[in-house]
Design a protein around this ligand. Sequence first.
Ligand code: 1CP
Length: 334
Amino acid sequence: MGILKDCIKNKRPDSIPIWFMRQAGRYLPEFREIRSRNPDFIKLCLNPELSKEITLQPLKRFAFDAAIIFSDILLIPFALGQEVKFEKNFGPKLGELNLEKLNQITDEVFIKNLKPVHDLLKITAKDKIIRGKDLIGFVGATWTLLVYMLNRKSPKKQSLDINMFNYPDQDFIIDKIIQSQKIHIKGQVENGATIIQIFDSWAGLLEEDKYEKYIYEPTKKIVDYVKTLGVEVICFPRGIKKYAEFCKIINPSAINIDYETDPKKIAEQINIPIQGGIDPKSLLFEEGDMIKEAKKYLDIFKNHQYIFNLGHGILPETSPDNVKALVNFVKDYK
Ligand code: 1CP
């Protein structure tokens, strides 16, 4: 257990806790090297030894306070029997969702399909690099998983292809996703995750009148469930227009804010622990300008329980030297 947990529990760590979304990823040459030898992304995620190595890569270079497991939110649809492929320069491509097949996937089969991820946690939690640090497990939020499962590709830069809201048997699919999220979270916690982060990457696609059914209802169920397991839960409803309302209804252990949200307003409106915010593009600036932007967030959240992170995943073109400078600056900030 590490200082992220201390910060969330208001134990006031000596320095600001820090980790980055997508800290294990394409901006690191040592990741690209492993990836080039492993063209099948899902297979790589299901290889506990290699996934462990990737998970620990950023901790070997930088003074991060937590590791996030190298995995993907789309392993849930995969373990539910839907085909998931990743194509270069296109992103994820999912197969047709077959409801009969989905209905036949029992909890036992589902958990067996994700065993390599739980094994990855087990062997990673034991590594001495993790000692005194947090190990973060994660799932996609129900809405975001529904988007990928029905839309079958990224909804990036375009509206959704199909009418999500009138999809046949939608409630059955949603219930199946929630049940799967719970099983996968339990497997991660039992094998060493000290924190669970819930990524609702496409919350921003919803109109506000749809928040109740697609965000609040399912997320509340998942957050309450994680709390029964005795670990912290961080929510990231990216692009939601009502962070304060979200926090009031859901009450997660901490909230990650996106880079389009005004941090000053958040500091005024929200009193639970806050994570993230800085635009990942700031890490492409020259060092001095990047540090100025980071200092802005640190100053705004000076009187809050604050975990330094980004307002979305680190960009592949980020220089590891800038990451090093930023992490060191945050760790020295008083
Ligand atoms: O080499 C490659 O092309 C693979 C790129 C890659 C990586 C490094 C993908 C494909 N997934 C991952 C790992 C990953 N995904 C992690 C690892 C841990 C870490 O953070 O270091 C995590 C937490 C995720 C979570 C994830 N996957 C999200 C939620 C966070 C977010 O970015 O919004 C989403 C939406 C996905 C789907 C996904 N997987 C991969 C890509 C390129 C995408 C996004 C596709 C899209 O834009 O719709």
